[in-house]
Design a protein. Structure first.
Length: 79
């Protein structure tokens, strides 16, 4: 196997690992957003959702994880 083919294979393997990590982090972000928004709506009335401060913590963590996943995607290498 020549050097160029090996470099492309390593980049492809690395990119697949990055994509798997980004997908996992983004799924965790969606879970946290669901905990902050959907669960309180289902449990109580919709008007109480924004009144609870702990809901804002879950929402902020979900948004932060989503932004972290967006930053991680920039690690993808050229193949």
């Amino acid at each position: 196997m020549d050097e160029e083919t090996r470099r492309k294979l390593q980049a492809k393997r690395f990119n697949e690992h990055v994509k798997l990590l980004v997908t996992s982090v983004n799924a965790a972000a969606l879970i946290l957003l669901g905990a902050g928004v959907l669960q309180p709506i289902v449990a109580t009335s919709a008007s109480l959702v924004l009144a609870e401060p702990q809901n804002w913590v879950w929402i902020a963590l979900g948004v932060a994880l989503h932004l972290f996943a967006q930053a991680l995607i920039r690690l993808i290498r050229a193949e």
